[in-house]
Design a protein around this ligand. Sequence first.
Ligand SMILES: Nc1ncnc2c1ncn2[C@@H]1O[C@H](COP(=O)(O)OP(=O)(O)OP(=O)(O)O)[C@@H](O)[C@H]1O
Ligand SMILES: Cc1cn([C@H]2C[C@H](O)[C@@H](COP(=O)(O)O)O2)c(=O)[nH]c1=O
Length: 212
Amino acid sequence: MSNQSSGKFITLEGGEGVGKSTNLRFITQWLDSRGIDYVQTREPGGTPLAEQLRTLLLEKREESVDPTAELLMVFAARAQHLSEVIKPALASGKWVICDRFTDATYAYQGGGRGLDRALISQLEQTVQGDLRPDRVLLLDLDPEVGLQRAASTGEADRFESEQSAFFTKVRAAYRERAAAAPQRYAVIDASQPLGEVQARLAQELEDIAGAA
Ligand SMILES: Nc1ncnc2c1ncn2[C@@H]1O[C@H](COP(=O)(O)OP(=O)(O)OP(=O)(O)O)[C@@H](O)[C@H]1O
Ligand SMILES: Cc1cn([C@H]2C[C@H](O)[C@@H](COP(=O)(O)O)O2)c(=O)[nH]c1=O
């Protein structure tokens, strides 16, 4: 079930370097041009506490991070983000544009780390109840190309430093989820020139805005 308020909950997903930041700017310009009231946020993060958890999750460290510990940190940040930011915004009728959400958990912790999807689903239900994004905009790209693009934007974090097999599994998990619920996912070929990616995003936004 999607959210019950008048606001729309849109998430932007994909592997590393697929163009999320670039396209988030396009999405917020589109919303501004329509006079739609929105909150732009991200995961992990979006509140001071959740941003601290983000730093802990992304920074490279000597100690290896237990996958279940990683999973619980992601959901701890999400619980805080939902109660402080996402739910209040949706309840007040705003759109929420979130850079990653629980699909990233299924992709990175489920696909990449190999954690049990049933455990993720249990935590999802506990933390979110029935709240799910109205539409997931999935930027799909060969991870090799994405990592090359990401390399141009700064030093690799703990996730970006994973082996290529990890990102192959992340991409497969995203695509699998999208194929299982095509009405909720827009899979956008992010290898296309930016203008074409953004034309497709605009179509999706029109469609979401037109939906009841
Ligand atoms: N469709 C595209 N074609 C070619 N280059 C692109 C395209 N989209 C984005 N880029 C470029 O790829 C690089 C990474 O883009 P961006 O920072 O938006 O990705 P990101 O998904 O937010 O990355 P990260 O995972 O590092 O946060 C930037 O230099 C951007 O200009
Ligand atoms: C929400 C979420 C995120 N991650 C990972 C995926 C990325 O490598 C980083 C976030 O950085 P970016 O700036 O969005 O690229 O966190 C994760 O592993 N699990 C999650 O649920």
